[in-house]
Design a protein around this ligand. Structure first.
Ligand SMILES: [Cu+2]
Length: 491
């Protein structure tokens, strides 16, 4: 291992690591038992799954290196992998065993509004000791996830999240189906979370709370046993509060097959496909084309190269004599086509933050200077001049209407813009450069979260076909808490 990598690992893990933890592959071709922590739903759809949010202790830094106090579903990080078939009903009884209110939001699911889990908008926060029943059908197949929507910046950073897999009726046949939650943690030298930084204005005003240690499914050094010739579906979800992941996959053939749960024509990753903003997902098909004894690696390279998942090819055995043939695009989910002729056009002017030059914003109907905004509300960002959730919706759309949103990033930071209850398609992206405006090539992939970089104006469109009150916010959770939240209505 080159010394640069070692020093990076020491830096990022704080206490130094290197202990392997087993991956949890889900054999699909082979059948076989479900891994520890995975729940197969749908076998008895009348049964509700119990999800208990509670405190726990987890060896995040590696086996034998001491436990970290966390909050997790079932006291674990991540929570159980929930698997359900497309079109089926998911029933979850949520128990709150924490000492603050919480909810579960089903991220990316085009869900019944009452079940969206947004405290203060679609339900009240579930008080400590109380329960809430989430019942909903899942219209779209793909990779989704769940997390609280109350004090999210604290509750998610403490470990409350998990993956929700909605199975296609005709999935791509693979030897391994892996659901991987990539997270970072702000750790102190004693191995406990740095609680002092929760809600701190410094993180809110800049790029958010970026961790100093990374894990995949709560493992700091993940290893997966495969064979030469194996095909793996790897579902990657960025569950970090604010870190934009930049991944590199080496040692195998790679194809992107879905983004935020929605299928794309299989393609080799382009630059932007593996830049994964907080809350985004990417589904990859990895063909282990190396010789027996070799390896494939997924690394995070946004800062320095940090290998996070290692696939070790069996030293002698091959799974088959030649590689599997190409595979087709997954079946499209039932999203409605956009009407581009007469959309409802709305704007989102994003302002504030450090080096943003915002002088004042409306908060709860009152204009406050930035100084007052920080002092009274802990906020420093605004959408269309309003900090935090407005009383009236940002816009109201008629059911079935196509809406075109132009997001203009007038701040010095990037933002991961997440829409609830719908998926949106990118229409155009223009970047302010020293040489003037530059049009960035874009794809019309369906997404529930779109990264809007500093100096960019990004247009997206969606069909407002899901009635209710829906949040639209930055998924960098410190930005969301710091004012970057709004909502719209579909009548
Ligand atoms: Cu943001």
């Amino acid at each position: 291992m080159p010394s640069k990598t070692i020093s990076r690992r020491k830096f990022i893990h704080g206490l130094g690591l290197g202990v392997s933890a087993c991956a949890l592959p889900l054999p699909v071709l082979a059948g076989g038992p479900l891994p520890h922590g995975a729940m197969l739903l749908g076998a008895r759809p009348q049964d509700a799954v119990l999800m208990d949010a509670k405190k726990g202790q987890v060896e995040l830094r590696g086996k034998g290196l001491g436990k970290t106090d966390i909050w997790g579903y079932g006291g674990k990080v991540p929570g159980p992998i929930l698997r359900v078939k497309q079109g089926e009903e998911l029933k979850v009884r949520f128990n709150n065993s924490l000492d603050q209110g919480s909810t579960i939001h089903w991220h990316g699911i085009r869900i019944d509004n009452k079940m969206d889990g947004v405290a203060g908008l679609t339900q009240e926060a579930v008080s400590p000791g109380e329960s809430f029943d989430y019942h909903f059908t899942v219209p779209d197949a793909g990779t989704y996830w769940y997390h609280p929507h109350n004090r999210t910046w604290e509750q998610m950073a403490r470990g409350l999240y998990g993956l929700l897999i909605v199975e296609e009726s005709e999935p791509i046949a693979v030897d391994h189906d892996l659901a991987l939650a990539f997270d970072d943690w702000q750790m102190k030298p004693d191995g406990q979370l740095e609680e002092e930084s929760f809600g701190r204005i410094g993180e809110r005003a800049h790029g958010g709370r970026i961790g100093n240690m990374m894990t995949v499914n709560g493992n700091s050094d993940m290893q997966v046993d495969v064979k030469s010739g194996d095909r793996a579906r790897v579902r990657i979800c960025n569950t970090a509060n604010a870190r934009i992941l930049e991944l590199r996959v080496e040692g195998c053939a790679v194809h992107v097959v879905a983004l935020d749960g929605q299928p794309v024509e299989p393609r080799e990753p382009e630059a932007l496909d593996l830049i994964i903003s907080p809350s985004q997902r990417v589904d990859l098909i990895l063909d282990m084309d190396g010789a027996p004894g070799g390896k494939a690696v997924i690394s995070e390279v946004s800062d320095m190269r940090l290998p996070l998942v290692r696939f070790d090819l069996h030293p002698t055995e091959k799974s088959r004599s030649k590689l599997l043939p190409p595979f087709a695009k997954l079946a499209d989910n039932p999203l409605l086509a956009l009407d581009r002729v007469k959309p409802l056009e709305v704007k989102l002017d994003m302002t504030g933050g450090a080096m943003g030059g915002m002088s004042s914003a409306i908060y709860k109907g009152k204009e406050l200077s930035v100084r007052e905004l920080v002092r009274e509300a802990g906020m420093i960002w605004a959408f269309n001049g309003v900090a935090g959730m407005p009383e009236k919706p940002w816009f109201s759309a008629k059911k079935g209407q196509t809406v075109e949103i132009e997001m203009i990033n007038n701040t010095s930071f990037s933002h991961a813009m997440h829409m609830h209850g719908h998926h949106m398609s990118e229409v155009s992206r223009v970047r302010q450069t020293r040489a003037g405006l530059k049009t960035i090539n874009t794809r019309p992939d369906w997404r529930d979260t779109v990264l809007v970089n500093r100096g960019e104006a990004v247009k997206v469109a969606f069909v407002a076909d899901n009635p209710g009150k829906w949040m639209f916010h930055c998924h960098m959770l410190e930005h969301q808490a710091g004012g970057m939240s709004t909502w719209f209505e579909v009548a």
